[in-house]
Design a protein around this ligand. Structure first.
Ligand SMILES: Cc1cc2nc3c(=O)[nH]c(=O)nc-3n(C[C@H](O)[C@H](O)[C@H](O)COP(=O)(O)O)c2cc1C
Ligand code: SF4
Length: 396
């Protein structure tokens, strides 16, 4: 890699100065304490990523409300009590010269009643159970919609208070913001559902609230699924309208992804589908349902290098001056450099490749040309879903 590659040119996002165009995309770590607080294990992981040289690291999704808790060992940001731990994490990353954003999320229907104190998970609409969480959610009331928007605002304020360089709203992969955006999960007939404008209302109100709590000079990023891979889900055509709406609403960067965790997780993270590992802990109907759902997608989610590239290019056309981050299946350093050089995306974001090799950005800056070592076997994904800590589980 030539040092003069644009991939290693600095770029600013609303006052955040990034040394290069490489981003560590958010990955759930399964490393927080049971109450959602930061552990030494989490700090160690992010220290190692910061040493690895990515311009920006985005944390795994942190939940903003107790009823938005998605996974047992997920980091929390619903209370001021979480701030000191988060600050320790930020300080450790800053000490290594890294920049870090907190990704904030509400699970909506993508959780289980056990995890949220026996309540029924809430979502835009009461729809049929999904094949992963086996959850039948209830529809949110207008009051709950408003409380949840406020909770996003309060969580973003905590993020800023803890010293994070930016906040990223998780508007992708079928979590609550995406559940409102998507006609697959949003079947409301009031002002929060129906046409694109109404389905965008929740995301826009969250952005407005977050902006009011963090102020104009703080980077607010969003990640969205531009193609969900389900019948009646979001497609790139509608996602272009949505991306333009989000840019107009004041987000500072859009990360382009796809898929819905509960229904099409391997649209999000293409590659091999570790069916035995995913269905291993289940029994009876749940096991059969999960296996059937996974077998039916094996052929459609094979790895392709930079698999959201053509989608990101379309989003870039409508995003105006708002930078676009491309995630999904990076392989060759040269391809990444060309994408940025040709202005098809402003940032290259990687999740699994940096779980496998945290030092990849530094090696690329020093001229590495060989492909990433991640084999996209998805064993890390199945492991965290099963409560194992995030790391590469394939050292072959
Ligand atoms: C173990 C694991 C955990 C993930 N957790 C998150 C998460 O917390 N938030 C998120 O936006 N995406 C999450 N993702 C999706 C990744 O950020 C990324 O969008 C996807 O894996 C495609 O990028 P890649 O090919 O570079 O891995 C996760 C993926 C994996 C493999
Ligand atoms: S387990 Fe390792 S090789 Fe497999 S997808 Fe995860 S990081 Fe890549």
């Amino acid at each position: 890699m030539k040092q003069d590659s644009l991939l290693f040119a600095p770029m600013e996002i609303n006052g955040m100065h990034l040394k290069n165009r490489l981003v560590k995309s958010a990955t759930y770590e399964a490393m927080a304490a049971a109450d959602g607080s930061v552990t030494d294990q989490l700090i160690d992981m992010y220290t190692s990523l910061a040493k690895g040289g990515a311009g920006l690291t985005i944390t795994g999704y942190a939940y903003i409300q107790e009823n938005g808790h998605c996974m047992p060992l997920q980091t929390a940001v619903f209370s001021d009590d979480h701030i000191p731990g988060l600050r320790k994490l930020v300080d450790a990353v800053h000490q290594e010269g890294g920049k870090i954003a907190l990704q904030i999320a509400h699970a909506g229907r993508q959780t289980t009643s056990d995890l949220i104190g026996g309540q029924t998970p809430m979502a835009p609409s009461a729809i049929e159970a999904d094949p992963l969480f086996h959850t039948e959610p209830r529809a949110m009331t207008i009051e709950e919609i408003s409380e949840t928007i406020d909770a996003f605002g309060a969580a973003a304020a905590r993020c800023k208070q803890a010293g994070f360089d930016a906040v990223q709203l998780h508007g992708a992969h079928g979590y609550l913001i995406a559940q409102f955006l998507s006609p697959f999960t949003n079947r409301r007939t009031d002002e929060w559902g129906g046409n694109t404008e109404n389905r965008m209302r929740f995301a826009k109100e969250v952005i407005k609230k977050v902006r009011s709590t963090v102020g104009p000079n703080y980077p607010v990023l969003i990640k969205i699924s531009v193609e969900e891979g389900v019948e009646n889900g979001l497609t790139i055509e509608e996602s272009c309208i949505i991306a333009k709406g989000l840019a107009d609403a004041g987000v500072d960067a859009i990360e382009v992804s796809g898929g819905i965790v509960a229904d099409t997780a391997f649209v999000m993270s293409r590659g091999e589908v570790p069916i035995d590992q995913m269905a291993g802990g289940l029994e009876g109907d749940a096991k059969a349902q999960t296996e059937q759902a996974l077998y039916s997608i094996v052929n459609s989610v094979k790895m392709e290098e930079a698999y959201w590239l053509s989608h990101a290019e379309k989003i870039k056309e409508v995003a105006g001056a708002v930078p676009v981050m491309l995630v999904g299946g990076m392989k060759y350093p040269q391809t990444m450099a060309t994408i940025v050089q040709e202005n098809k995306a402003d940032f290259i974001s990687m999740a699994r490749a940096l779980i496998r090799e945290p030092a990849l950005p530094r090696e690329m800056a020093e001229g590495r040309k060989s492909p990433v070592k991640c084999g996209y076997c998805n064993r890390c994904l199945a492991a965290v879903v099963g409560g194992q800590p995030l790391k590469c589980y394939n050292r072959l």
